[in-house]
Design a binder for this molecule. Structure first.
Ligand code: FPP
Length: 260
């Protein structure tokens, strides 16, 4: 069972796990080794979400563009995904994690496809954490698919063009059954979205760290959470509109006298 949600804790966390390649290169080791170390950080992140009562975690594991990487790196990643699916699903299931995949899964080899489907079916009844792996995923591709689904429904007479609104498109996007991510974390030092969840991140709080993904640790995740808890989410409104009635503004931070 996951811990009950606490105020200031995101319901849904989305993560770009960047920096595996550099982590390995700095050690003069093959990039594939960085991805293996990255898989350990995935476990740490899942554990932490379960303990912190975060209801949904979406991880960007492989972008549509990553297919263009050198063949040996793509091969190593496929092997790693297959191993992870063989090794980790039992434990995830035992801990109540529901596993889903988003992206163009038809591009994966049949043995991976079969394992993905098996893992989804097996864990479908779990609710401690909704873990979504974005694999062969691209935000533009997601939007294009939703547009195609809308067009098909219009062509078939199931939807009137007058009824095409944000909700109609949103229902046809990946992750439609989850609240949009509250917090986005990207490791590896780059300040980009890199074609991840373009639609779903519209009002997500963004947090970046220089830390490389395989070096992820709990203090870093806690720092992201503390920062998130201090942000005012206005969703296009004013401060006065979103502040709870009668709320006392938090005191301004004071300088530590020893630092003065
Ligand atoms: C980006 O780092 C990371 C990836 C393209 C792969 C992510 C995969 C994992 C974390 C491993 C396993 C995941 C699961 C879900 C089992 P990069 O290679 O672009 O790093 P760089 O920017 O340093 O080159």
């Amino acid at each position: 069972m996951s811990a009950p949600p606490q105020p200031g804790v995101p319901r849904h966390l989305a993560v770009i796990m960047d920096g595996n390649g550099r982590w390995a290169e700095r050690r003069h080791r093959p990039r594939a080794l960085g991805h293996r170390a990255g898989a350990r950080a995935v476990n740490l992140c899942i554990d932490w979400c379960l303990r912190r009562g975060i209801a949904a975690l979406t991880l960007f594991a492989f972008s549509s563009e990553n297919w263009g990487r050198p063949e040996d790196e793509v091969g190593a990643l496929m092997k790693l995904f297959l191993n992870a699916l063989e090794r980790e699903v039992d434990e995830l299931h035992r801990r109540g994690v529901r596993l889903r995949f988003i992206g163009e899964r038809e591009r994966f080899p049949p043995e991976i496809l079969a394992r993905m489907a098996e893992a989804e079916t097996r864990t479908a009844g779990n609710a401690a954490l909704h873990l979504t792996i974005a694999a062969s995923y691209g935000g533009r591709q997601d939007i294009a698919r939703a547009a195609r689904a809308v067009a098909e429904d219009v062509a078939a007479g199931r939807l009137s063009p007058a009824d095409i609104d944000e909700a109609a498109i949103g229902r046809r996007m990946a992750l439609a059954e989850l609240p949009p991510p509250d917090l986005f974390i990207r490791t590896g030092g780059d300040h980009r979205i890199s074609n991840f969840l373009l639609w779903q991140l519209a009002y997500t709080e963004l947090w970046f760290t220089e830390l490389l993904w395989p070096d992820l640790d709990e203090p870093t995740l806690e720092r992201a959470l503390a920062d998130f808890a201090g942000r005012e989410r206005r969703f296009g409104l004013t401060s006065a509109q979103v502040a709870p009635a009668g709320a006392v503004p938090p005191p301004l931070p004071t300088l530590d006298r020893t630092d003065a």
